[in-house]
Structures are given as structure tokens and as C-alpha cells.
Unconditional design. Structure first.
Ligand code: ADP
Ligand code: MG
Length: 700
């Protein structure tokens, strides 16, 4: 082990062909300090250099083309940043222009007229003639005359390019390194997995990813390295989940009285199968004597609240208190009003605490919480303040998880020093399974994947701005039927002023078109009390149209609102569109979502809009979103710290991830501490993995 660690920790400057200057550059630009770092600097794609194209068969559809020919001549043309060197290149079938904007003087000095070269690049056509800008170019030699293999393309920076370090340079370093490193490369996966999944060995994989002899080798190498990465990622997450479970005891909630009373006499509707299943999962956790940390995912309207309430009853039945924390006052109030109805029927004492709770009321609350007289507390993050002390807090529910960090979660834990309360985080932002497995791999996950029966799916349509008159006609009909309407404008921080103008212009045009209809307006620049006032008017049905920015996005419930119009829909991401749409469709009436856009739309935007029109299923939408945007964007800044996968791509590698997770689970099942052979070796590798990911706990 030590020998291995030692070799791969060798400073990169000692590698043949690197030296101190280049080493400094690699340190600074690519964070490559050691042999180990360089080996893990994987190419992000490969170019096919195994075949040649003729100039007369070029097409703009080719991702890249390799051509053998003669550089006849060149000239320098243009001024300022349009200044460029244009070479004339021919292979006997036609003329190709080679264009350089950067490094002109260097190329002028080093290129040779009438010499034979091999060039590679993406062909572009203009006026019947093809050109390649900044082609990869090398002199024709006996070695390269028959073409090469698959050329790896490495992540580089402008500074590196300026200093003439390109993918080829890195390839050469890689070759020197692999030649001396091979005897030191140890297998990191157990033999059984390699056989079971027919994986390439570690050494083979490293050779083939950096110097692929063929496309097949490349494919095998990539698969193996992805598997390894995801395997260790899952191993670590599952292991920390096991650790956490063993470390923290939880209160046992096994008595059921209130729960039974509620089920028998007060349940307002039949639970969906999904709700019942999730409740069983929670109840099973409550019986283990281990502290629960569970994520509850469920689309908007799937009925998470009643699940939370019933789970709270389990706590109350066993002498513990429960709390529910919401991200805003409005939401806290809605939850409070909703739960109070159930609580009163059962004779449960429920309270509400938010930033605007009066001092006098606060004192009473504090006392009742401490004496245990108050059983359920609903509130905003005001309830994590130190002054709020419980007699015996046993269960906390956090609604709309993305607004809360782990810091808050641990402050909730601390509300019961003796024995941490069970925690359930609820989110209405569905995330694809692959992402959930990696992001929340150390939480238990429950999913409500079914809507209550009898819901009418929201009808979603895409309309162009030019058809606004028809839209307004439709809105008038809906208002005449007694419905309410949301009209939402984007609000992106960088252009807040412009957005505000869009919103106010829109508001004016709406007031002109709907002169007799009372309107509300809501945006982020308003004072909190003005916002609450406007929102309250809309909730009470005093206003019919709510013209707003995305501040209404989270959780607000106005069942009488049946139409959601989203202006500039092209500027919203899929997740956000889906969230916004979820504001309607909460009542018995047919609801609609209208996506308004300009005529000119990118392909991605069309895909987003089509997806919205096609389905109401949040999980399906999140899969498309992942595919379009990649995992980094999806998870948001809060979670990006843990997404340090180098080679695996969660958007594409779901199948490999599933196998890797299954393997990790099986191994940890057999040997949770990884102490017996052959698993001790895995543990060694797990421990040696970089500590760059100390923030694995930074979830939710
Ligand atoms: P969300 O998961 O978005 O928080 P809610 O808990 O607010 O959803 O539930 C949305 C609506 O559906 C509420 O009015 C709730 O009373 C109702 N509801 C929840 N579960 C059921 C069910 N099983 N059958 C019928 N209606 C239900
Ligand atoms: Mg909710």
C-alpha cells in the first residue's frame, strides 16, 4: 500500500518531458500536482483519427474530419480582432481553407509552404468552400501516414493553449507516465465484480482511456472507470448511512391510539396506495430504535401533508412532541390552518410560531412547549431559535427541503439532547432516481408516486405571443365561471430592472383588457407586509388575477385558481415550469397551464415546452431536465459540492449506477466494516480516496 501511495504521490515535475515550468503550469491551470492526479485527468471526448476524409466529401454534419494534403500557400488578412492567417490546403479533390485567428506570427514562422500535412477539425461551409478554423495540424510522417487511433481530447485552459500545451502534449506525458506506472497500478475492484460485470482491469482501463488502440477498447475502459467511480461513491454513501444509523438511537414509537382513532373516525379521504406505503416505511423506522433521516419526495398535490400529520400522531401516541417547519410565513400559516382542523377533532393542542408571532403569545408558546402541553408546533425557521425548547421533541418535519441547509437540520437535532428527534424532509421537486441515489444516498428515500384519485390532469398548451387576444378571451370565460388566474413573469436577478418592467407593462396591459376585474400584483421588490396583503386578497378570492413574478412558486394553495399563464416561458427551466404549474389543479375543476413564448425558440426550449405539454408527471419531467441540463445545474449550488464525479455522468450512466449500487449494498451487507478478505482491499482504497469530498454530509 505504502509503495503504491508513494509512487502516485510523486510530483509531476519529475515526469519525463514535464519539468518545473510545465509542472507549475499544470498545478495552476489543471490542479495536477502528482502522477496520480495526471492519470486521473481523463479525456472528456475522443476524436476519430483512424480514417481520412477527402475534401470533396466534407459536410458540415461531420463532428470532425481528418484530411491528408498539401499546404500550398497562405496570406494574412483582416484588421484588429478579425486579423487572420488563411492557408490554402488541397488533397487533389478540392480546396480547403485553414484559418487561424490566434498565434498568427507563430504559425507564420513554423508552417511550411508546399509541405504535406495531416489536418483535423470541424469543417464549416461558406459559399461552396469549406474551411477549418484552428485545425489540429501536423507534418505528414511515415508514422502517421496511415492515420492514428482515437485521439483523446483533454480539458484545457486558454493559458495552457497559449503556452502550447494541447491534448497531444498531454497524451505524450500520459504515455511516459503509463510506461513507468503500470507495475504500480493495483486493481481497486474485487475480482468477483470484475468477472461478474466483465470489466477491464484497472491497468488496462487507464491505458485504453488515454491511449485507446480501438473504439472497443475505449468503450470498455470508460465503462470500467465509471463503474469504479460510482461503486466507491455508493459504497461511501451507504456506509455513512449505516454508521449514522448505528451511532444515533431514536425514540421508539410503537403505540398507536390517536393514530387508530384518526384512521377509524376522522380520515377525510381514503389514502392512496403510495401514501399508505410511505406511512408503513416511516412506521417501520419508528420501531427500530434508530434515529430516522428520511426524504419524502412527492409531486405537488400528491398529499404529503396528511402523511406528515399521521406520522406526527405516531410520535404523540408515544408521549413525544412534533414540529413542522415551512420556508415562508404563508406556507406555515396554510399548514397550520390545515392541520388545526384535524388536530381539533382529536383534541390535540397545536400552535404556530413565525417571525410575526407577538411577544406575549410567544411566551405562552414557550411555556406550553416546555411543559409538554403543546403537542404540535407549526412554524417557520423561527422555531429553531434557541429560545424554543421542547419537553420531548420526537419528530420534525421540514417542508420544501431546498430552502434549508444541514445546519438547520442539526439545530433541530439539538432540540432534544437526550435523544435526537426523527427527521423527515419533504420535497415537491422530484429528482431522478439516479440523482437521488448519489445526492441523498445516505438518507432513506420515500416516494409518493401517485396522485389522489379523481384529479383532473392539468391541460397544458403552448401559445405564441401573437395570439394574446385569444388567450385573453379564454381568461375572461374562466373568470366568468368564477375561477381565478395566475399570470407569471420571469424574474432573473441579473436583469431585475428589465423584468420588473416586463411585469409592470404586463400588469398595465392586463388592467386595460380587464377593466372590471380586481387584480393583485406580487413581486420580490415589495415589502413583506404588502406581499402578504396582496396574497391574502387573492386567497380570499377578492382579486381574480394574480400578476406575479416567481415569488409565488413555492407551495401556495388556492384551490379556486384554475389557470396558470407563464409569460416568457422560454426563460424558465423545466423544474420551475413544473413547480409553477403545480399552483393550479388543486380544486375539482379542470385546470389549465398556458406557456407563452415568442416565435423564435431554441431546440432545447422546444423540448422543454413539448415535455410540459405532454406530461404532468414530475419524475418524468425531471428525467428530461437531467438529460437537457446535466446534473450540475439540476442540483443547484447548494449541493454541487458533493457532485465530484470525474468520469461518470448521472444523466447517462443510470444503468451502471444501478449495478454499482447493488454491488456496494451486497458487499456492505456481507461485511459492513469491510474487514474480511477480499473486502479489506476495498476499504484500503476507500480510505485512500481523496479527502476533497469532506462535505458528503452537506445534503438537504
Ligand atoms: P403536497 O404533496 O403538494 O403538499 P397536499 O398535502 O397539500 O399536497 O395535498 C394536496 C391536496 O390533496 C390537499 O387538499 C389534500 O387534502 C388532498 N389530498 C391528500 N391526500 C388525498 C387523498 N388520498 N385523497 C384525496 N385527496 C387527498
Ligand atoms: Mg405541500
Amino acid at each position: 500500500m505504502t509503495e503504491r501511495t508513494h509512487f502516485f504521490d510523486t510530483k509531476i515535475e519529475f515526469l519525463k518531458g514535464v519539468g518545473p515550468q510545465r509542472a507549475a503550469l499544470l498545478n495552476k491551470e489543471l490542479n495536477i500536482f502528482t502522477y496520480g492526479d495526471l492519470l486521473q485527468h481523463y479525456p472528456f471526448r475522443h476524436e476519430d483519427r483512424s480514417q481520412f476524409h477527402h475534401i470533396n466529401e466534407l459536410s458540415e454534419l461531420l463532428p470532425g474530419a481528418q484530411i491528408k494534403g498539401r499546404l500550398k500557400d497562405w496570406l494574412i488578412t483582416g484588421e484588429g480582432h478579425k486579423k487572420r492567417l488563411v492557408g490554402t490546403f488541397t488533397d487533389g479533390t478540392g480546396i480547403l481553407e485553414l484559418v487561424w485567428f490566434h498565434g498568427i506570427s507563430w504559425f507564420e514562422k513554423s508552417l511550411r509552404k508546399n509541405a504535406d500535412y495531416i489536418v483535423y477539425g470541424k469543417p464549416a461551409e461558406f459559399g461552396g468552400r469549406y474551411s477549418i478554423t484552428h485545425p489540429d495540424i501536423e507534418l505528414l510522417t511515415p508514422e502517421n501516414i496511415n492515420g492514428g487511433t482515437w485521439q483523446p481530447i483533454y480539458p484545457l485552459t486558454d493559458m495552457l493553449r497559449k503556452r502550447r500545451v494541447d491534448s497531444r502534449t498531454i497524451s505524450r506525458m500520459m504515455k511516459s507516465l503509463l510506461e513507468i506506472a503500470t507495475p504500480h497500478i493495483r486493481e481497486t475492484l474485487p475480482e468477483a465484480l470484475i468477472t461478474q460485470y466483465r470489466l477491464a482491469s484497472k491497468a488496462e482501463a487507464l491505458w485504453s482511456i488515454h491511449l485507446p488502440p480501438s473504439q472497443a477498447h475505449l468503450h470498455q475502459a470508460t465503462r470500467r472507470l465509471k463503474f469504479e467511480e460510482l461503486f466507491y461513491n455508493q459504497l461511501r454513501l451507504i456506509k455513512s448511512k449505516i454508521l449514522q444509523k448505528n451511532e444515533f438511537p431514536g425514540q421508539v414509537f410503537d403505540k398507536v391510539e390517536l393514530l387508530k382513532e384518526f384512521y377509524d373516525n376522522h380520515l377525510p379521504f381514503e389514502l392512496t396506495n403510495a401514501q399508505a406505503r410511505v406511512l408503513r416505511e416511516i412506521h417501520d423506522d419508528f420501531k427500530t430504535g434508530r434515529q430516522m433521516n428520511r426524504l419524502l419526495q412527492g409531486d405537488v398535490g400528491s398529499g404529503k401533508t396528511i402523511v406528515a400529520f399521521i406520522a406526527m400522531l405516531m410520535a404523540l401516541d408515544n408521549g413525544a412532541q412534533a414540529c413542522l417547519m415551512a420556508p415562508t410565513e404563508i406556507l406555515a400559516d396554510q399548514h397550520y390552518q390545515g392541520l388545526k382542523v384535524y388536530a381539533e377533532r382529536l383534541g390535540i393542542n397545536i400552535g404556530k410560531l413565525t417571525g410575526s408571532t407577538k411577544k406575549k403569545d410567544r411566551r405562552v408558546l414557550h411555556e406550553e412547549l416546555q411543559s409538554g402541553a403543546m403537542q404540535i408546533l407549526v412554524g417557520t425557521h423561527a422555531l429553531i431559535e434557541d429560545a424554543v425548547q421542547f419537553k420531548n421533541l420526537g419528530f420534525c418535519v421540514i417542508d420544501e427541503q431546498h430552502r434549508f441547509g444541514v445546519a438547520q437540520r442539526s439545530r433541530l437535532w439539538a432540540k432534544n439532547e437526550e435523544i435526537h428527534p426523527h427527521i423527515m424532509v419533504m420535497t415537491a421537486t422530484p429528482i431522478p432516481r439516479t440523482l437521488a441515489m448519489t445526492l441523498y444516498g445516505d438518507l432513506d428515500i420515500s416516494v409518493i408516486d401517485e396522485l389522489p384519485a379523481g384529479r383532473k390532469p392539468i391541460k397544458t398548451v403552448h401559445r405564441y405571443d401573437a395570439h394574446r387576444a385569444t388567450l385573453f378571451g379564454f381568461l375572461k370565460e374562466e373568470i366568468a365561471k368564477g375561477r381565478q388566474i395566475y399570470i407569471v413573469y420571469p424574474l432573473i436577478e441579473e436583469s431585475e430592472k428589465m423584468d420588473l418592467k416586463d411585469l409592470t407593462d404586463g400588469y398595465e396591459s392586463i388592467s386595460r383588457s380587464f377593466p372590471d376585474v380586481p387584480l393583485s400584483i406580487l413581486h420580490g421588490r415589495m415589502k413583506p407586509q404588502d406581499k402578504d396583503y396582496e396574497m391574502a386578497r387573492f386567497v380570499k378570492n377578492e382579486t381574480k388575477i394574480m400578476v406575479a413574478t416567481t415569488v409565488i412558486e413555492v407551495g401556495v394553495n388556492v384551490p379556486n385558481a384554475s389557470v396558470m399563464v407563464i409569460e416568457n416561458a422560454e426563460r424558465f427551466g423545466l423544474a420551475q415550469l413544473h413547480q409553477l404549474r403545480g399552483r393550479v389543479g388543486r380544486g375539482a375543476e379542470q385546470s389549465f397551464c398556458v406557456l407563452m413564448t415568442d416565435f423564435k425558440l431554441s431546440q432545447d426550449t422546444r423540448k422543454r415546452l413539448e415535455t410540459m405539454c405532454r406530461t404532468n408527471n414530475g419524475f418524468e419531467i425531471s428525467e428530461v431536465d437531467l438529460e437537457l441540463r446535466g446534473p450540475g445545474d439540476l442540483t443547484g449550488t447548494q449541493q454541487s459540492g458533493i457532485m465530484d464525479l470525474i468520469i461518470a455522468d448521472l444523466a447517462k450512466d443510470g444503468a451502471i449506477l444501478k449495478e454499482a449500487r447493488k454491488s456496494a449494498e451486497a458487499i456492505l451487507d456481507a461485511d459492513p466494516d469491510l474487514v474480511t478478505p477480499p473486502y479489506a482491499a476495498i476499504r484500503g482504497h476507500l480510505d485512500s480516496l481523496r479527502a476533497s469530498d469532506t462535505n458528503w454530509s452537506r445534503i438537504s
